[in-house]
Design a protein around this ligand. Structure first.
Ligand code: ARG
Ligand code: ZN
Length: 851
């Protein structure tokens, strides 16, 4: 049942060309495929074309109806005698009944496709693997009134009328591509159009296609697309290669977006924005995802993956590219902080749990389950480390070499690393363990003064993970600098230490004063560092470190130490922390976005990750108590920060975003202080807001509280945005994340709300996904939170296994909790495994989670 990386074999047959003819209809779409197949190497194996739920209406070989084909499970097998043949197949599929949202499906009246990873086989019979590259010609015929716009990959060739109120269009894609990059869209759409002139002077027509009412919300995405195209030319020397680049926004989509050649398809939440409906987070995410999918045109499409074990080749690299792009648009330090926070929130727990896997996995049951934080975000950290080790010039030379050498081919992670080695002139032999060993490395660092010598003792370990009990030492690039405790000035230059042994020692001679260690600056290695620094040293670094990430990190560590002490001992000395927060909050040299990040307490779940056994109630109490103390003791400072961050009119700029962020963080602390006017302040902000960041910030504060204004705000928000699905998602999500005691009951009730549906992935994630990361409510001692999630997942699996399987991991963390909770969580996983008709997506996630 499991597919293994070591079993990779070249494809038996290649398909240099394919022509597809679609007779589109939501109930019954006829798909005719003409494949030119050629034998790959000397063998006598039959042609195997993958299918999923397809029935061959006819099969022809070289124009003649074939008799000798057979089905092997879902696949179509055709014995062939010669080395080159023309195969024609015909199938009928029903897009409107496709609730999995893989293959060809219907969404809000339009027809669209999603093929990565293995959705193309739900459309037509084909060798559906990424190392079979073909030139595609696509012809579509559809009802002209319902589907006036017909789009596919590549360039538009021709179009015209057809009988019975229908019309047709033809698109050709000159670039050979794997089937997972195929796309078509038919719908009643309008476009926000633009153009981009590439560095060699070619003009590209750009189009963002949406339904007519959404057109005013597409300017931000179009602008981000142009910025991305320019950035990839400037930073990587990569130029766009077709005459058109289109994006379509669809409401029902399993994940963020998809990089289909020349025709990206997006979850509408990553396209549509205006100040009234999108938060700053949404604006930033739209730009990042637009950039990500655009960058795939080179890192993914021109150079694709040999097999799905190499997924991080395109995803890790492309995430690194989109992170760098976003860093260049505003504050690089704040972007790094956000990226590390999300790595710690999603990837570290994955690496520490039952679903841990290497960045290049060795086996899978269902590939869809491997679109993970490890493949994407840890994968991006691997690229970042190589860029750090090589330095910017050599890194660019190495990516040039990689793109040139592998253009038009299906490559491997090994090919990428070898390009880095060759152009960078470095040996990455041991570094390759980052691709094969799962688990987050832990580093201990001890700085001790010994007469005139200061020694830094470093040690690393990599924890055991499923299937990998014993680990070899990794190469960890650690940026380090020492600061003088008295002077506050640096005592050394920043240096890059490559820790590649279990233990290593560094010596510094004749330092003029006691040194304080700044380590893993910029989060240069994705590891957990235990540097044994005192509260005083951490407070010192939070004020004096010249690396903004390290400064943030020192404050986080101080907060974590304080909170973990409070949770485990019931008491907590927090004087150093209060002073450090005050200093940061009132430091005129810091920008507001940075301050907002730095003064935010670590999340409940990150605090839990530091503990042997997670106690969600104790964590919640300790964190709320600290929030209240910070709120009270610094109330004038929070109020000043709040007032200082007010603006007259919405503007989307780094400074204005930073101000809104700080304003919402300050509002949260003012509310935590218990100030009598906090609810009025939140409601006033909510009510008068000219943008969604302020409005949702006010709402969230009220939703966590007990004021009578709470219900008023919930109702007002609902009324104002009735009919806007993306904003209603926020309404569900904000309530599911509430820290109140009655959230579990409220969420159970919301699941029966007329606007709740599991059929739409965004809505399912807004309620069920958000609830399952709400540590307090999900881990309610009764076990009802677990039961609720399991019930929803069992129901969702019947409609959409991919989206359901993605929501299993919170239940899989049972080992981290007390025996009673663990038993209840396991019980729900067992119930999922036993439920009839379980998908293989869910089977893999749930059974692995039980081990
Ligand atoms: N390649 C897409 C992206 O990262 C995501 C595709 C996800 N596919 C899946 N089966 N989960 O841009
Ligand atoms: Zn991607």
């Amino acid at each position: 049942q499991a597919i293994r990386r070591e079993d990779y074999r070249q494809p038996d047959w290649l398909v240099p060309e394919i022509a597809l003819d679609f007779d589109l209809d939501p109930a019954a779409t006829r798909v005719r495929a003409t494949l030119h197949v050629t034998r790959n190497g000397a063998h006598d194996r039959a042609l195997v074309l993958n299918g999923d739920g397809l029935e061959a209406a006819s099969v022809k070989v070289d124009g003649v109806a074939a008799q000798n084909w057979r089905m092997d499970g879902q696949d179509l097998v055709i014995p062939l005698t010669g080395d080159a043949h023309t195969i024609e197949t015909e199938v009928v599929i029903a897009p409107e009944r496709n609730t999995q949202l893989q293959g060809l499906y219907a969404s809000s009246g339009m027809l669209c496709t999603q093929c990565e990873a293995e959705g193309f086989r739900r459309i037509t019979f084909f060798p559906d693997r990424p190392d079979v590259l073909s030139k595609y010609k696509v012809r579509m015929t559809a009802d002209k009134a319902r589907f006036p716009v017909l789009l596919a990959n590549g360039d538009p060739i021709a179009q015209g009328p057809a009988e019975g109120g229908r019309h047709w269009a033809e698109w050709h894609d000159p670039f050979p591509k794997p089937s997972y990059l195929f796309a078509l869209v038919a719908g009643d759409l309008v476009a926000n159009t633009g153009s981009f002139t590439t560095m060699s002077g070619r003009e590209v027509q750009l189009g963002i296609y949406v339904r007519a009412p959404d057109l005013p919300k597409t300017d931000h995405a179009l602008h981000a697309l142009k910025l991305s195209m320019k950035w990839d030319e400037d930073v990587y020397g990569r130029e766009y290669d077709l005459d058109v680049f289109n994006i379509v926004a669809v409401d029902d989509f399993n994940f963020g977006a998809m990089e289909n050649k020349g025709l990206n398809v997006f979850n509408s939440r990553y396209i549509l924005a205006d100040p009234d409906t999108a938060t700053d987070w949404d604006y930033d995410a739209i730009a990042a995802v637009v950039a990500h999918e655009y960058f795939h045109n080179w890192s993914g499409n021109r150079v694709t993956c040999r097999d799905w074990f190499q997924l991080s080749l395109k995803e890790g690299f492309t995430v690194f590219r989109d992170q760098s792009f976003s860093a260049d648009q505003g504050s690089a330090a704040v972007k790094r902080i956000e990226d590390v926070r999300s790595l710690r929130a999603s990837q570290f727990p994955e690496d520490a749990g039952p679903l841990a896997h290497p960045v290049r996995p060795d086996e899978y049951i269902e590939i869809s389950n491997f679109y993970t934080a490890t493949i994407y975000n840890k994968g991006a950290e691997l690229i970042r480390m190589m860029a750090t080790i090589l330095g910017p010039q050599k890194f660019r030379a190495a990516t040039d070499l990689y793109f040139d050498r592998f253009d038009g081919t299906a490559a491997t992670c090994e090919d990428f690393v070898a390009s880095m080695e060759e152009a960078g002139g470095v040996d990455l032999g041991q570094f390759r363990r980052w691709y094969s060993q799962a688990g987050t490395p832990r580093v201990s660092a001890n700085l001790v003064q010994d007469g005139a010598t200061t020694r830094l003792a470093l040690a690393q370990t990599v924890p055991p993970t499923p299937g990998q009990p014993v680990k070899e030492p990794m190469v960890l690039p650690l940026k380090i600098r020492l600061f003088g405790e008295k002077s506050g000035a640096p005592l050394t230059d920043e240096q890059l230490v490559l820790l590649d042994k279990p233990e290593q020692e560094l010596r510094f001679e004749g330092l003029p004063e006691r040194a304080v260690l700044s380590i893993n600056r910029g989060f240069s290695a994705p590891v957990i560092v235990d540097a044994n620094r005192s509260a005083a040293d951490l407070a010192f670094l939070s004020a004096h470190d010249d690396d903004p990430f390290a400064r943030y990190e020192a404050m986080q560590q101080l907060m974590l130490d304080t909170l973990v002490a409070a949770v485990t001992t019931g008491k907590g000395e927090h004087g150093a922390l209060i002073d450090a927060v005050r200093n940061t909050l009132t430091d005129p040299s810091l920008d507001r976005a940075f301050i907002a990040e730095a003064v935010l307490l670590p999340s409940d779940s990150f605090i839990g990750d530091q503990m042997a056994v997670v106690d969600p109630d104790a964590i919640f109490r300790a964190r709320e108590a600290l929030r209240a103390d910070l709120g009270n003791l610094l109330e004038p400072e929070w109020r000043a920060a709040y007032e200082g961050a007010r603006a007259n009119r919405f503007e989307y700029s780094p400074a204005a975003k930073g101000a809104r962020r700080l304003k919402n963080v300050a509002l949260g602390y003012i509310a935590a202080s218990g100030a009598a006017d906090a609810a009025e302040l939140a409601y006033a902000q909510f009510d008068a807001a000219d943008n969604m960041t302020d409005r949702q910030g006010g709402l969230a504060t009220l939703v966590n509280g007990t004021s009578s204004l709470r219900e008023k705000a919930i109702q007002a928000f609902y009324q104002r945005y009735a009919g806007n699905a993306l904003v209603l998602d926020k309404w569900f999500q904000t309530q599911a994340l509430s820290s109140r005691d009655d959230t579990l009951a409220a969420v159970e009730k919301l699941a029966r709300h007329p606007d709740f549906t599991l059929a739409n992935p965004n809505r399912a994630r807004a309620l069920v996904g958000a609830f399952s990361i709400n540590q307090r409510a999900f881990h309610d001692p009764s076990g009802r939170g677990y039961r609720f999630v399991a019930d929803q997942l069992i129901a969702l699996d019947k409609l959409n296994p991919q989206t359901a399987a993605k929501l299993v991991p919170p239940l899989g963390r049972w080992k981290r909790f007390d025996a009673d909770r663990a038993a209840k969580m396991r019980g729900e996983l067992e119930r999922i495994v036993a439920s009839p008709g379980l998908s293989k997506d869910m089977f893999e996630q749930a059974t692995k989670s039980l081990d």
